[in-house]
Design a protein around this ligand. Structure first.
Ligand code: URA
Length: 240
């Protein structure tokens, strides 16, 4: 059982204090009856709850997939800049959502957003070695000699030792697919920087075994399907 003000706040996308005001004003019904008690306990799965006459759909956890565009911060809020949370349409927006990990402002592609802290923790834990794949466009030619170096584990300029990474070079030698299992600050850019290569474009195309769906256009966000969520939860741990 959950407190009514919590359900109205989370399910209705309003602050907890606004939820209390709405309840006190008689805008909330539970099983067709107006309830003015903010601490009233409800079973969100069984009780029919409305706010201003509209059904409140309440799920404890929500899992979203976004195709992040350029120029948007991977943060929950920022005074001046647009964040990934700002891109979430009203019907999916909840106050407790946060992005799972970070993509740089100019990086695009697959980003998971959730309110499930344990789920996020599992995916971000370094010893879980969850694979993340990026499509990289470089300002120079990537040589085959980099493949064994990436595989052996690079050491960044500041001495940070990296785990083994996969490198597949595109036919034009200016693009590559890179698979990493950790998420150090600006990691891919710094990896190529060791070989004097600049990253022109960076797009995450796969995360925890889930590929960015082709149908999800840039800036779009939707709930993960049951199968997609299962795929992520069963993510293969890369042991190399
Ligand atoms: N590596 C980077 O350099 N930037 C990202 O956004 C992700 C990985």
């Amino acid at each position: 059982m959950e407190r009514l003000d919590k359900i109205i706040s989370t399910g209705g996308g309003v602050s907890r204090s606004d939820a209390r005001k709405l309840i006190l004003k008689g805008r909330v019904t539970v099983n067709e009856k107006t309830v003015r008690d903010i601490a009233f306990k409800v079973d969100p799965d069984a009780d029919k709850i409305t706010l201003n006459g509209e059904d409140i759909s309440y799920k404890k956890y929500i899992y979203l997939i976004m195709n992040k565009p350029k120029g948007v911060l991977t943060a929950t809020e920022d005074k001046n800049k647009q964040t990934v949370i700002d891109l979430i349409p009203g019907e999916l927006r909840r106050r407790d959502l946060f992005p799972v990990g970070r993509l740089d402002k100019d990086t695009t592609g697959l980003l998971i957003i959730t309110n499930d802290g344990d789920f996020a923790h599992q995916l971000l834990s370094p010893n879980k070695k969850i694979p993340k794949k990026y499509f990289v466009t470089l300002d120079g030619v990537v040589g085959e000699d980099l493949i064994p170096k990436f595989a052996a584990g690079l050491t960044l300029a500041d001495g940070t030792k990296l785990s083994s990474a996969g490198l597949e070079i595109g036919e034009d030698s200016h693009t590559a697919l890179v698979t990493i299992t950790e998420g150090k600050y600006h990691q891919i850019k710094r990896m190529f920087g060791l070989f004097s290569l600049g990253v022109n474009e960076l797009k995450r195309v796969s995360f925890a075994g889930l590929d960015l769906p082709e149908t999800l256009l840039e800036s779009e966000v939707r709930e993960l399907t049951v199968n997609e969520l299962r795929c992520i939860k069963n993510a293969k741990i890369v042991t190399k």
